[in-house]
Write a protein that binds this ligand. Structure first.
Ligand code: FE2
Ligand code: FE2
Length: 271
């Protein structure tokens, strides 16, 4: 198993030219494939700020451990940057004609004002560990399958950067959870809460975008539709996603048992 404690988690601040003039169907000219990824982007900024809050609550657990504290700091920095760039990306969607205020109001009221305060802190942390495992799974797919090959190059650059860093910090929340509450039931509850909440908000985000996409009508800038490769990849990866997520429930599981750090390193831009 790779030694994650020996790997620094650097905070990078790349800039992305997110121009509202780029085609609405930026992913292979396929509007539905594009909105699957856009829907995740709508969830990311506030979701990643929740991850930071959930881990920060347990600062007293890791403050005397310099190695873990440094990794947590890197994790906060990376997630903060992801939230910042996805906020910019989401504003680009608004500039392209999508009305997202209603969705964000619903997301804030429901997820952060209603659900979060009712979930005890150790389960917020377990939910974070589960969703971090899920994002690391998606990140690996983004890097080692052709799913994003036909994406607009600048959006692809942003998603690849995000995916690499999700792999770099994938075990941080899990390691804090192990110190707070290593019970299998806590991990399983985190997975149940995380997948339930993600399914609901992803569904609402996708419906919001898709309804508006149809009302906006054809986009004259859309490239030729080559979305079949994306859907084929997704269909082929379903079993892999399910197996990877289920791994979280295996007794003795640790995220670093899957060594994809090299994959991330190979896709990072030179600094
Ligand atoms: Fe992130
Ligand atoms: Fe993350």
């Amino acid at each position: 198993m790779p030694d994650a404690t020996a790997r620094p988690i650097p905070v990078r601040a790349p800039r992305f030219a997110l121009d509202p003039e780029l085609p609405r169907a930026w992913l292979a000219g396929d509007p539905l494939a594009t909105h699957v990824v856009n829907a995740l982007s709508l969830l990311f900024p506030e979701g990643e700020r929740f991850f930071i809050r959930a881990v920060k609550h347990y600062e007293h657990v890791y403050e005397d451990d310099p190695a873990l504290r440094a990794r947590v700091r890197g994790f906060f920095g990376q997630e903060g940057r992801h939230g910042h760039e996805h906020d910019r990306f989401n504003r680009m969607l608004e500039a392209q004609g999508f009305e997202l205020g209603g969705f964000f109001d619903f997301y804030t009221r429901t997820a952060w004002e209603t659900v979060e305060p009712r979930v005890p802190p150790h389960l917020r942390l377990a939910t974070t560990a589960a969703l971090e495992h899920f994002t690391a799974t998606l990140a690996e797919l983004a890097l080692d399958t052709p799913a994003l090959d036909d994406a607009h190059p600048e959006v692809r650059r942003m998603l690849v950067w995000h995916a690499c860093e999700e792999i770099e910090h994938k075990s941080v929340a899990f390691d804090v959870l192990e110190r707070v509450d290593p019970r299998w039931t806590t991990r399983a509850l985190g997975l149940a809460i995380g997948s339930g909440v993600l399914a609901v908000f992803f569904g609402v985000a996708l419906r919001t975008l898709w309804t508006q996409e149809q009302a906006l009508g054809p986009d004259p800038r859309a490239p030729e539709d080559r979305g079949a490769a994306f859907w084929r990849t997704l269909a082929r990866s379903r079993g892999r996603i399910a197996r990877s997520v289920a791994e979280l429930l295996r007794p003795g599981f640790h995220p670093d048992q899957r060594d994809n750090y090299e994959l991330a390193r190979a896709h990072l831009e030179p600094e």
